[in-house]
Design a protein around this ligand. Structure first.
Ligand code: FEO
Length: 399
């Protein structure tokens, strides 16, 4: 993909990883691929904001070269050192011999540990800036959004916030702006991204959004390091970040289960019938057939979380165990839950479920049946779903 102009003298020069399907190891399924965005600013000091993942150096260098000789780069700003943005840094350093590097002190330490190089580094933090000619770039550190080194860079001249991972989406496309793609797909990817990258840092996101709002920045573009540049829907995405980071929820329920001989699945279906009979939305997820990335995205603002597992060798089943382990890290608040499952002789699974994520939800009494549920037991599942739906409906919005 060639360099693309996003504003006068500012080019997107990053790379597109069209077929990346597993991001962060295997934790994030990226059905629409990934982009590693990097931005080149032509001013008195030619400035590069962020690099790309290792293996995409050639694409980045070719894109820069289509605009200007890379050796003319005077400044490189490192907003974040995770390898999807810094992998190409050592190679870029070699071809930009006069470049001075700007980033947080944590970023410098991290780059040294990763690559053994950090270049001619100036440590910067909130309140400091860099004049590059017509433009003055302001630095805003955003620690733990989502790494200790993370920062944003703001150009008042261009009214652009270079937000690195903030406001990103994993969405490989040849389009550049938010209004050039389907809005529903974009917001679906934005929600998935928030649920799988930023959810554990809700409190920090919320506090930092508040602090940034007090800066009264004039923002016409938000240029993240992944996905589309926000141009038309800036207010909408900001509003969504405020909503997600405040632990707000909708009256909806995720019923997530794993089953051995379909008994637990029969229970799950009846529970969903009971929930929906009260007009509350419920979605049934077999955890072995859905990507946890998608389930987590739905659960991000679902008030009800219901989990089921058969008992096997005195434990809950392994796939749901892995999913709950993943979910525990969300640090979600205010969710309502109950556990269910069939068993043969001991039935530890429901207790295992409760123990696994009692840090992020409160559990009602669990529902267990021996072997195959009878009609009467299926009615109990229906009634349990119905009662749970009433509880969800009657609670005030969780904040
Ligand atoms: Fe896109 Fe935290 O790296």
């Amino acid at each position: 993909m060639p360099a693309r102009l996003i504003k006068d003298d500012i080019y997107a020069v990053g790379a597109i990883h069209w077929n990346e399907r597993r991001f962060h190891g295997h934790t994030y399924v990226t059905k629409r691929g990934v982009t590693y965005n990097s931005y080149l600013i032509l001013d008195e000091k030619v400035t590069l904001i962020d690099t790309v993942r290792k293996g995409f150096e050639r694409e980045l260098i070719d894109n820069i070269q289509s605009v200007i000789e890379p050796s003319k780069i005077d400044a490189i700003i490192i907003n974040h050192i995770e390898p999807d943005h810094s992998g190409a840094f050592p190679e870029i350093l070699k071809i930009c011999p006069k470049a001075k590097i700007y980033g947080t002190e944590k970023a410098r330490q991290g780059l040294l540990k990763y690559y053994g190089v950090s270049g001619d580094w100036t440590a910067v933090k909130s309140g400091q800036n860099l004049n590059i000619g017509k433009r003055t770039l302001d630095f805003i550190d955003v620690p733990m959004i989502h790494w200790p080194d993370s920062m944003f860079t703001y150009s008042a001249y261009d009214k652009i916030l270079f937000s690195n991972d903030g406001f990103g989406q994993h969405y490989a496309t040849n389009k550049i702006f938010d209004d050039e793609v389907d809005f529903a797909v974009l917001m679906d990817e934005a929600q998935k991204y928030y649920a799988n990258i930023l959810w554990p840092f809700n409190a920090l996101v919320s506090a930092k959004l508040g602090a940034i709002s007090k800066l009264n920045l004039n923002i016409e573009l938000i240029a993240p390091s992944h996905g589309l540049v926000w141009r038309k829907h800036i207010a909408k995405t900001m509003q969504k970040y405020l909503y997600w980071s405040s632990h707000s929820c909708k009256n909806r329920v995720a019923v997530v289960y794993e089953t051995m001989w379909r008994s637990t699945e029969k229970m799950a279906r009846k529970i969903v019938d009971g929930i929906t009979s009260e007009g509350v939305e419920a979605v049934l997820f077999d955890v072995t057939k859905n990507d946890r990335t998608d389930i987590a995205s739905y659960m991000l603002d679902a008030k009800g979380w219901v989990f089921g597992s058969s008992t096997h060798d005195g434990e809950m089943l392994p796939v749901i165990a892995g999913f709950l382990h993943f979910l525990k890290g969300s640090k979600a608040k205010g969710r309502k839950s109950f556990a269910f499952g069939s068993y043969g002789w001991s039935g530890e699974a429901t207790k295992d479920i409760e123990d696994a994520i009692s840090n992020v939800t409160s559990f009602d009494t669990s529902l267990r049946v021996v072997f195959n549920p009878t009609e009467e037991e299926l009615n109990q599942c229906f009634e349990a779903g119905k009662a749970f739906a009433l509880k969800i409906k009657n609670e005030e919005e969780i904040l």
